[in-house]
Design a binder for this molecule. Structure first.
Ligand SMILES: C[S@@+](CC[C@H](N)C(=O)[O-])C[C@H]1O[C@@H](n2cnc3c(N)ncnc32)[C@H](O)[C@@H]1O
Length: 456
């Protein structure tokens, strides 16, 4: 069994610049997350309140906020090991400071193993009762190797900071090497992935990025996906990006859009209903797939998210996307149900969810998903295709939703996805008839999709 303490560190490129204002913003956002606010909103608010931070400082803040949530269990274990259990550190502000100092020490490399000017008194947080001497001690006292948690899954839960219930559930599904690789992948700062536009122009886009000094690589399992691992922020300044040839999109999301294509053909000229369009990530990709002769009908329960989708559609002048209400699902050839879910496949990007999710909430998602699928499927035209998708790793929200739906609603059958992806990609992407994108085999987050056809 290897050490519990990390042995590889974030690069200085990833870290950005830890000024006092940047660290304060990170700590404020962390506190807001601990009080129950979502990570994204907490970060946005903290950055707004911090005022005019530079790009490197903003990057540091965003990374530190995700990292503090991501490694919380391990950081708190380190704190306990050094004689400062969080339960005995009264104030949340003090706990946050100790966690932050331990994060610098454990995840940022040897030269960060001190308390750091950005957290020294006076500031950055008020109220505060821990003194610099205590933080110094936390930063420098050698961390002993622990005898460690007794069971293997508990070791994994501690090393990769996951709640016990989730690790136990995942341990039932995957053999140990697969499970550990999955947890390690979700415990890392995610790499940014992009979709090239139009489809099929990846080589040209890669060449143009190289001309502008940005090194990008193709992603083998998705034909339009590129990955920019180092200095990915620079891509946003390139002409290629500004001309709309790249869209930030997870590899799994791109595969879900591909799962909407007819077997052996393209979506060109067809009508697709995107019933859970959210902020429009997949809507834009579907719009590119159907082309100007096709149509995308987008809807969502959240008006706020739909307003964001509208804005993105407007920016790209995609006139063949509309937002009719109610959504005329019966007019669509293909209906995408990108269902609300636990997001267990996206914990790399939204690590605060690790500590907010419960087994009970997963049950509630299951009930919502079955009801939503049933409601939508009732409106699908004869011969129409329904693609059900989630970014969940749990069968309760995936296979079991499909099974329950098929048992309740007559006239639908599952169409296996392997023929659509072809044998080579299917070997990596498919599990039985379904798409099951599991990191790190498929880079990015974990995703699921199933295709169901209504009898003609
Ligand atoms: C996984 S997100 C969609 C992400 C989006 N498709 C994308 O690619 O960016 C799920 C969405 O379902 C929406 N939703 C939840 N319940 C719904 C319902 N009953 N009908 C329609 N949308 C719903 C949520 O507001 C949320 O935006």
């Amino acid at each position: 069994m290897t050490t519990l303490w990390p042995s590889s560190f974030l690069s200085s490129e990833q870290l950005g610049r830890p000024s006092r204002r940047a660290a304060t913003a990170a700590l404020e956002a962390h506190l807001s997350i601990l009080k129950g606010e979502p990570l994204k909103a907490s970060l946005a608010q903290a950055l707004r309140e911090a005022g005019s931070l530079g790009g490197q400082e903003r990057r540091f803040t965003a990374l530190a906020v995700r990292e503090l949530s991501r490694h919380m269990r391990l950081l708190d274990l380190a704190s306990r090991t050094l004689g400062h259990p969080p339960s005995r550190i009264g104030l949340l502000e003090d706990q946050a400071l100790v966690r932050y100092v331990l994060w610098r020490r454990l995840f940022c490399g040897a030269e960060w193993g001190r308390i750091g000017p950005e957290v020294r008194l006076p500031g950055p947080l008020r109220p505060r009762t821990v003194k610099d001497e205590l933080l110094q001690q936390v930063a420098e006292t050698p961390l002993p190797e622990l005898q460690g948690p007794s069971s293997r899954w508990e070791w994994l839960a501690t090393r990769y900071s996951f709640p016990n219930w989730l690790i136990q559930r995942l341990a039932e599904l995957h053999p140990e090497p697969v499970l550990e690789a999955l947890l390690a992948a979700l415990d890392e700062e995610p790499t940014l992935h992009f979709r090239v536009r139009p489809s099929g122009s990846r080589d040209e886009v890669l060449a143009r990025l190289a001309e502008e000094g940005v090194a990008a690589e193709p992603v083998a399992v998705a034909p339009d996906a590129v990955q920019i691992s180092e200095a990915s922020h620079r891509v946003f300044e390139t002409r290629v990006m500004k001309s709309g040839r790249l869209q930030v999109q997870d590899v799994g999301s791109q595969l879900i859009v591909e799962a909407c294509r007819p077997l052996g053909g393209s979506l060109e000229g067809l009508t697709v209903a995107d019933v859970c369009a959210g902020a429009g990530g997949k809507t834009l990709a579907l719009a590119d797939e159907v082309g100007a002769r096709g149509r995308v009908l987008a809807g969502d329960r959240s008006r706020r998210r739909l307003a964001q989708a509208r804005e993105r559609v407007r920016e790209l002048s995609l006139r063949h996307v509309s937002f009719p209400h109610p959504l005329p699902v019966e007019r669509a050839d293909v209906v995408l149900v990108d269902a609300p879910c636990s997001g267990t496949g996206s914990l790399g990007r939204e690590p605060d969810q690790k500590w907010k999710l419960t087994a009970r909430k997963v049950e509630e998602f299951h009930a919502t998903q079955v009801a939503l699928l049933e409601e939508v499927a009732g409106q699908v035209k004869p011969g129409g295709l329904v693609v059900y998708a989630t970014c969940s790793l749990l069968p309760e929200e995936n296979d079991e939703v499909v099974r329950e739906f098929l048992a309740r609603v007559q006239g639908f059958s599952v169409e296996p996805l392997a023929p659509l992806f072809g044998p080579e990609r299917a070997a990596v992407l498919c599990d039985g008839p379904f798409l099951r994108a599991l990191p790190p085999r498929v880079p990015g987050g974990g995703f699921f999709a199933a295709r169901m056809r209504r009898e003609a």
